[in-house]
Structures are given as C-alpha cells and as structure tokens.
Ligand binder design. Sequence first.
Ligand SMILES: *Cc1c(COP(=O)(O)O)cnc(C)c1O
Length: 411
Amino acid sequence: MNLAGKNLSTKEINALVGGGTYAVIDLDALSHNISAFQTYVGENVRIAVAVKANAYGHGVVPVAMEAIRAGASYLLVARIEEGIQLRLAGITAPILNLGYITPDEMQLALQYNLTLTITQKEQALAAEEAAKILNIKARVHIKVDTGMNRSGTSPEEALPLIQYIDKLNHLELEGLYTHFACADDMEKKASVEQFSKFSTLIEKVKSAGIEIPLIHAANSAATLNFPETHLDMVRIGIASYGLYGSGGVSHAVDLEPILTLNSRIDRIHDLNPGEGVSYGYDFVASQPTRAALVPIGYGDGYQLALSNCGEMLVSGQRAKVLGRICMDQLVIDVTNIKEATCGEPIKIVGQQGDRGISVADLSKLAKISEYSFVTGLSARVPRLYIRNGELIMLTGLNSSSSLRLFNEKLK
Ligand SMILES: *Cc1c(COP(=O)(O)O)cnc(C)c1O
C-alpha cells in the first residue's frame, strides 16, 4: 500500500492500526461504481447514494465526500442525526432524510438544511411553520407506500397531501418517491404491481397541474433489474459499495467491491483427536489438526453465524473457522496450509494471490444478507481510506495512537 509516496508492508500497516485487524476502503472503487451507474442510467437520470448506517458500515464521511466528488447529486440518510453528522463534517450537498421525522424535529432538520420526507399532513404543517420561523423554503419529498407496507402515505392519500403541500408558501415540493419490496426478484410481478400504482399516481399529479421535479423509485436492485423504473433519479445503496446485494440482481453494471478486510495469525498450535475448540466445544477435532488464532470476532462484526463455517485466505488458500466465534477472536484450521506462520497476514474479505473471498461468499456461508454483513462492521475495526491509490485517512478507536505512529513513520 502506498502512503504519501511510501509503500507500506503489511507489518508497517499492522504497526499503524494496532490489533491486527483492519479494513481498507477503496474510494477509487466507490468512484468507479458511481460513474459506471451514471453511464448506465444516462446523463438525464440523477444518482442518489444511500449513506445511512455509517455508509453501510464503510464510514460515512469519507464515503459521502467521495460520492459527491464522483457525481452523486443527493445523499440519503435514515435519521436526521446522520444528516447532521454530514453537515458538521462540512458537506453541503443535498441530503434527503428517508426516515420519519416527528413534527417536533422539523425545525432541527431544517436548520441543517436537510430535505424532508413527508407522509402526513401534520408533518407538512409543522414543516411549514418551522420553515416560516427560519425564513426559508424547505425542500420536501413525499413517500408513497405502493406495497412495501412499511412506511409512507397510501396512494389514495398521496394526491390530497400533494395538493395540500403545493399550497403552502414555505415548502418546495421537490420530490415524490416509492420503494420496492421485491426488486431483487427477477420474477417481476410484485414490482410491476407497485410500479403501476406509482405510475397511476404520477399521472394524477400531472393532471392536477402539479410539477414535481424529482420522481424516484429504484434502489440498487430495481436500477439493475428494471431500467423502466429509473425515472428522474435512482437511489443506489448497496451497489455503490460494489455489492449486488443478492443473487437475484442483474450484473448490468460491472461493480468493484470497495471493502477489503484483513487480519493476521497470532498463535499456531496442534490439536489432538478428541480436543474441542472455543466456547461450548462446538468443534471437536477428529484427526490431528493445526489451529491458528485470528484476532477478529463478532465484536468487530465477524458474525457469530460464521461459527464453524466461515472461511478466510491464508497464503492464498481457504481456511475454515473452527468452533464458535468469540467476541474478539476465532480459530481457523490451517492443517493443510503448511506455510502458515505466526504473524502471517490473512485476507478475510478480498483477494490474496489468485483467490478471493467476497462479502457474497461469507453471506452465503452464514445465511445472512450482504447488507447485514457490511453494516455490522463495528467501530473497533480501523478503516484505512485509499484515494488515487494512496492512503489518505485512517479512522477507528486506535486512530489517535495510530496517527501518532503514522507521523513517526513519515519522518
Ligand atoms: C436504503 C434505501 C435505499 C438503498 O437501497 P439499496 O438496496 O441499498 O440500493 C433506497 N431507497 C430507500 C427508501 C432506502 O431506504
């Protein structure tokens, strides 16, 4: 890895981050994914990037900054606190809050120039009053529930709400959107039904003489599977991070994963047949086994569901998790990997030699979703950010001590 012109060995990186386990977030890959989507949807369709939940675990501030640089015109958050965090980091790009905002929170959201999702008259009225006090025109989007049965206003109530907001002086009705429940299912039926309800509403709004400039519906899966749903803007979350999200999603855009996850071997020891490993002895050796200790656990986001089934790369070969994953560490089987030694680097997600292990692979093994795997990466894991091929930033609990080391290294 290149750091301000210096190539760093794994050993030097380990000295920087401490603890042995670290993630590398490749902002160049993020930028590639967003540009590739822009080419795919065409220049008349805007791209909104979902950065909720700490940018799906990747670290919200650097990801949001790079997404804007790469051409995204909206950032999507789920809570106003997430939007405020981005504003405090100096990000001025439009931010749409997707979640429910209570009437009491309107003023706070507007102080930070967040675009509001509105689903009820009471919210609209509270937003109008807050915007009046602040002497601004507040941007709002109306969310319609066309069949996800989660959040939003019903298609029947949407038009009266739109007409009501259209008459308010301090609200700018910028957007109208819906969200698909089954977009990762190439069997289109449910998505077609939802989209048809949404299209009917769009027609009614037009007939009522109301112009809404940003009408949007598609998440990553719908953007890839159903190009007819692109409308004015697509909302890309998981695919920005280089993941298709599930097996049912078209690979129409060539994505690059932005996350790699790395660790090392801290101990190697031999097990005799009959010896158990880790809490509960969920694994018992049936033959002489060489076990290696790796300092990553569910406290880092390496999910418990990977117990006895997770795999990682050691010397370019797959090694399987033995027994139950602990909070801070786990044990793998290196019986057939003779080269494995203490201190040896391990690839948990990413490429090593000509072998790779992906978030999709691990999600399948653990029977969890790709979303929950990456979003679960905890604050404890140091994250190194690469841009233009160089290390530009390091975050994590160890970052103050690491940054000190970092400076010493630079001398
Ligand atoms: C999270 C979210 C998205 C992004 O979804 P992906 O499947 O990650 O692309 C889009 N729209 C809404 C309303 C969301 O909540």
